[in-house]
Design a protein around this ligand. Structure first.
Ligand code: NAD
Ligand code: UDP
Ligand code: UDP
Length: 336
C-alpha cells in the first residue's frame, strides 16, 4: 500500500554478524495442530531459529516433542493476551482455538485472544520491525451468500450469535492488521484458512473429519449433522503449511484464501470415510448446532496467481494418512 508510512527499522538481528543469514521466527499457537506442522517445516531449514509461544489450551507439548531440546528451538508457556518481549524477524500468529467446541467454551476469552492477542503481536512486530502473518479464517465469510467465496466478498456474519466470538474476533484481528499496516507501516500477511485436516488434530475436538475418523475406528455411528447437504472443502495440512510459508515469503499482504476447492457434502464425507476406513460402520443423522454455514468453498485464483500455490493432496488420499495417526493414538490396530 503506497499510502503506508515507511516501516520502522528492521529487526536489529538482521544487522548482527551472527544472525546475518539466519531468521528467528515466532510461531504463536505452535503447539497446536497446524502450528506444530508449520514448526516441523520451518525447523527443516537450518537457517531458521523457531520460538513457539502457547498456553496449551488446545495444543500440546507432545506435538513438538521432537524439537524440545534442539538448539535452534525454544518453547515458551505464554498467553498472547499478555505482553510478550522477544526479538524476532517473522511472526506466524496462529494462537486461537479453532474448533467450535473449544472456541465456544469460553467465548469472552476467544475474543480476548483474537483482539488483545493480535494487538500484542502487532505491537511486538512494530517494536522489532518483524513481518507478521495472521491465520484468519473462512468463517469471516459467515453463512456466505456468494459461492465460491473470493477475497473481495465482505461476508454474511451474525454479530451476536454463538460463533461470533470467533468470526467477529477474526474480523477485528484482520482490521487491526490493516490498521497497523496503514498507520505504522508494519509488513502484514493475512491467510484466510478453509477447513484443514490431518494428523495431530485433537481426537475429540468435535470437528467433522476428526469425529468421523475416530468414530469409524471405534466402530461407532458417523454422526452427520442435519441436513447433511451442507458443504465444506477440506485441505490437507501439508498443503496448508506450504501455502502459509509462500504467503509469508511473498510480496502480497492478502487477504488470500488458502484451502482446497474440492467441495463435499457432509453425507459424502461420511460415505468416503466409511468406504476407506470401516465399511461396516453406520451413518446416523443428528441435530445440528446454530448458525452452521450451509456451504463453503474457496476461490483460490489469488493464491494460484500471486503465490503459485494450489493444494496437491485430494481428500481420498489425505484421509488414510490421518487414519494412521488416529489408529496409533486410539490404540486401534489394523485388522490385517
Ligand atoms: P489448534 O486449536 O490446534 O491450535 C491453536 C493453538 O493456539 C493451540 O496450541 C492453543 O493452545 C493455542 N492458544 C489458544 N489460545 C491461546 C492464547 N490465548 N495464548 C497462547 N496460545 C493460545 O487449532 P489449529 O487448527 O491449529 O488452528 C491454528 C490457527 O488456524 C488458528 O488461528 C485458527 O483460527 C486458524 N484456522 C484453522 C482452521 C482449521 O481448519 N484447522 C480453519 C481456519 C482457521
Ligand atoms: N506489545 C508486546 N510486545 C512488544 C511491544 C508491544 O506485547 O514487544 C504489546 C503492548 O503491551 C501493547 C500492544 O502490544 O499493549 C500494542 O503495542 P503498541 O506499541 O502498538 O501500542 P501502545 O503500547 O502504544 O498502546
Ligand atoms: N459436522 C457433522 N458431524 C460432526 C461434526 C460436524 O456433520 O460430527 C458438520 C457440521 O454441522 C458442519 C461441518 O460438519 O456443517 C463442519 O463442521 P466443523 O465443526 O468441522 O467445522 P466448521 O463448522 O468450523 O467449518
Amino acid at each position: 500500500n503506497s499510502a503506508a508510512k515507511q516501516p520502522p527499522n528492521p529487526s536489529p538481528l538482521r544487522f548482527s554478524k551472527f544472525f546475518q543469514s539466519n531468521m528467528r521466527i515466532l510461531v504463536t499457537g505452535g503447539a497446536g495442530f497446524i502450528g506444530s506442522h508449520l514448526v516441523d517445516r520451518l525447523m527443516e531449514n537450518e537457517k531458521n531459529e523457531v520460538i513457539v509461544v502457547d498456553n496449551y489450551f488446545t495444543g500440546s507439548k507432545d506435538n513438538l516433542k521432537r524439537w524440545i531440546g534442539h538448539p535452534r528451538f525454544e518453547l515458551i508457556r505464554h498467553d498472547v493476551t499478555e505482553t510478550l518481549l522477544v526479538e524476532v524477524d517473522q511472526i506466524y500468529h496462529l494462537a486461537c482455538p479453532a474448533s467450535p467446541i473449544f472456541y465456544k467454551y469460553n467465548p469472552v476469552k476467544t475474543i480476548k485472544t483474537n483482539v488483545i492477542g493480535t494487538l500484542n503481536m502487532l505491537g511486538l512486530a512494530k517494536r522489532v520491525g518483524a513481518r507478521i502473518l495472521l491465520t484468519s479464517t473462512s468463517e469471516v465469510y459467515g453463512d456466505p451468500l456468494i459461492h465460491p467465496q473470493d477475497e473481495s466478498y465482505w461476508g454474511n456474519v451474525n454479530p451476536i450469535g454463538v460463533r461470533s466470538c470467533y468470526d467477529e474476533g477474526k474480523r477485528v484481528a484482520e482490521t487491526l492488521m490493516f490498521d497497523y499496516h496503514r498507520q505504522h507501516g508494519i509488513e502484514i500477511r493475512i491467510a484466510r484458512i478453509f477447513n484443514t485436516y490431518g494428523p495431530r488434530m485433537n481426537i475429540d475436538d468435535g470437528r467433522v473429519v476428526s469425529n468421523f475418523i475416530a468414530q469409524a475406528l471405534r466402530n461407532e455411528p458417523l454422526t452427520v449433522q442435519a441436513p447433511g447437504t451442507q458443504t465444506r472443502s477440506f485441505c490437507y495440512v501439508s498443503d496448508m503449511v506450504d501455502g502459509l510459508i509462500r504467503l509469508m515469503e511473498g510480496e502480497n499482504t492478502g487477504p488470500i484464501n488458502i484451502g482446497n476447492p474440492g467441495e463435499f457434502t457432509m453425507l459424502e464425507l461420511a460415505e468416503n470415510v466409511k468406504e476407506l476406513i470401516n465399511p461396516d460402520v453406520k451413518i446416523t443423522m443428528v441435530e445440528n448446532t446454530p448458525d452452521d454455514p450451509r456451504q463453503r468453498k474457496p476461490d483460490i485464483t489469488k493464491a494460484k496467481e500471486l503465490l503459485g500455490w494450489e493444494p496437491k493432496i485430494k481428500l481420498r488420499d489425505g484421509l488414510p494418512l490421518m487414519e494412521e495417526d488416529f489408529r496409533q493414538r486410539l490404540g486401534v490396530p489394523r485388522k490385517n
